[in-house]
Design a protein around this ligand. Sequence first.
Ligand code: WT7
Length: 654
Amino acid sequence: MTETQPELPLFPPSAEFAASANATAAMYDEADADRLAFWATQANRLSWNTPFTEVLDWSGAPFAKWFGGGKLNVAFNCVDRHVLAGHGDRVAIHWEGEPVGDARSLTYAELKDEVCRAANVLTDLGVTAGDRVAIYMPMVPEAVVAMLACARVGALHSVVFAGYSSTALRARIEDAEAKMVITTDGQFRRGAAVPLKTGVDEALEGLDPDANTVEHVLVVRRTGMDTPMTAGRDLWWDEAMSTVSNEHTPQAFDSEHPLFLLYTSGTTGKPKGVVHSSAGFLTQAAYTHYYVFDLKPETDVYWCTADIGWVTGHTYIVYGPLANGATQVLYEGTPASPDEHRHFQVIDKYGVTIYYTAPTVIRTFMRWGRELVREHDLSSLRLLGSVGEPINPEAWRWYRHVMGQDNTPIVDTWWQTETGAAMIAPLPGVTHCKPGSAMRALPGISAKIVDDDGNELAPSPDFGEHTTGYLVLDKPWPAMLRGIWGDPDRFVETYWSRFAEQGWYFAGDGARYGSDGEIWVLGRIDDVMNVSGHRISTAEVESALVGHAGVAEAAVVGATDATTGQAICAFVILKEHAKELGRDDMVHELRAEVAREISPIAKPREIHVVPELPKTRSGKIMRRLLRDVAEGRPLGDTSALLDASVFEAIRAAK
Ligand code: WT7
């Protein structure tokens, strides 16, 4: 994963940017001198109904309590307080629909009205604090309203990416015992209206009636398509919203009141419901959004291209920007709809100043070519961000040169669903960046790279050999996950057992220090893949494959891919009867099966039908060797293999 190049120039901030940057170098010293006092200052950027009395209680480690004694309402902080401060006319959301021409802007005052109405609808339908509400929606303003309405009444939302299958939705509804589902009739995908609400029907029909906790399904009209509604259970959002008041008094909740669940893939087939808190999460979301993106709420137009189905959408579309009173673009579609110009047209149309996307999107732009980009006026851009996977130095430089006019800071932000908010990132205006490195932990955050025994690694040269270590977070942070829904043991085991003695959180990533002690994150070292910034576990895809009647065994690996970071490669052994179908038909059928079971995003790029899988004597599949095969490399160490000849058979089958 190293890149060889003759020199590595640093990218310092421009004097002009530094002069008006929100962040200062002194923040590192301030946080080092008194970390908890530093976090108290950040928490006090929020509006509290009852001030907190204790910054951190770590006595129940690894279960943290931040800002104890305090009470606040998250939705009030994201909406009402800006209206009360006189910013009701400021645009909160410039929504840009997928069909060209479909657009709508909502001011903070309008957003407040809608959130209050939705909170009244939820309350009227019996949703109370602590209940779980599943949200299965495309990128429409109502999705943001629904999330904030949940926060306002203290219900936990569980947003399920609208690209997930009804099977995946069902598993998440069931695990969280959701009381309500909020969805849309359909969604626009590459110009076509496709149904979504029927996916909710399928999910609920497949539930054991005793396990079906869903009382109501609220349906937003997005496409206007014919949609079956179940009497007594299903309600149209617009009808429900029209009969309730736009006044709603928010209740203050304890700092530790859970704000949301978000399911993410782990190393087993069962997704984990990551639980986040109210005050700690919002504190770090707002803090990082303000400093890492250098947000100037009065003048910036911010755009994060993530989907609300992922944590990036939670933290950097909904909670961080809105807590800071930002004006932002919310875009419903993909970068290539209707054509490759769309993102650049949106930047130009709204005068976007801050743009936050994923390396896979940047690499796609690179493929389309700079001439296309140069047809558009991108001079409004003043800061660019990256998230989701390591950004290769070449993509970093292209991003800065072609989109950033050789001038904008690039913030490469490392974090995870579990960390809740950015952890390792440059401070724009302060940090001298190296392309491809997320640089160092933010003020108030502590990260280390250690070896197997927990000894910290030494800085390594920028070129040539270096040692990879484990990336750990050695001190608690406000937005840290508070657990896995319904499974405290799995929480402890998954994150806190690798370095239990030291009490550190192990993130699952490998990393190394560069020559100046900066952090280079190299990617997952567990069985989790990263495809276009989406996290997918090998076990989940394997279980979808073996769920097919024709498959005897399956092994899945992530192989390096020039655009998507990693691509899913599957090796399957077929049952006798399935061999009759013909290999191509079977492969086609299996890819469809994975899309049905999980999502089209989890479809393997390639499926190889093989006679055997490489296993150790204890029966463990040697994924490392399969990765070598998938990437066309000579095989690594095969000494642990039970039967080294399987590879001849696999290669022959490929
Ligand atoms: C995993 C977390 C953070 C929101 C989106 C993904 C990888 C994320 C970076 C980065 C290198 C990165 C890591 C991490 N990752 N950002 N800037 N540089 N790697 O959230 O689905 O929870 O995935 O994404 O491997 O562990 P997620």
